[in-house]
Design a protein around this ligand. Sequence first.
Ligand SMILES: [Zn+2]
Length: 247
Amino acid sequence: MPLVKTEAIVLTARPLGDTSKIVTLLTPQRGVIRAVAKGARRPKGRLASGTVAYRVIEAIIYLKEGRELGHLSEAHVIWSAPRIGGNWRLFLIAGTLSETVLAVTEEGGYHLLRTSVELLEGGIEPRLVMLFFFKGLLKAQGLWPDFTSCVVCDGDLSGGAMLDTPDGRVLCGRHRREGYLPINAGGVRLLNEVERRSVLKGRHADRALESALKACLSLAEYHFDLRLRSDKLLAGAEHLLERTGRG
Ligand SMILES: [Zn+2]
């Protein structure tokens, strides 16, 4: 029975009977591992604290040949996310990001997801975190278009742009056509610079955030065929953020 020792993010932890859980773990090298955590529902159980969603753990897992479910034998907490755990809006967003990583890339998404969850926990504006995450995911797949100059005339796009989602092309306003998604100047700037520390920590106009996120999600939905709960979750999260996130 191979023994695996690995760092992992707990993506989900569902009850199994009265005392145990089934956890879904995302690991840096082995993608997704699902495992039974015996006794993890007992408050003082050895595995209780290491089997909570969005905690990063050092795990020891026994994997059985031909079995889908492993057996989690140790789970030491390396990093926890109390803010996300106590705020269901953030929890919902973290869930959407996890679900997307699982649907799109089981192998490569560990570091991107971990960084994104850390940014959420660190109090970064959630829409910026979503932008950061989806840009990272699209870039990793070679699906991120150039938002700095028009693909047709090479004109500068810092004043605003049009996104041709199906062809993954970005154009200036002179080539406007029906079906293209307009992006305002603030949105273009965020799309180009979201991974910069100063941008992540800065304050941005709602209309810039919304424009950038809309463009980014349009690409993600198109390329990844995201017919997941994410659409509704994101819409719900956005709605809530609009209502309660200001000020
Ligand atoms: Zn142009």
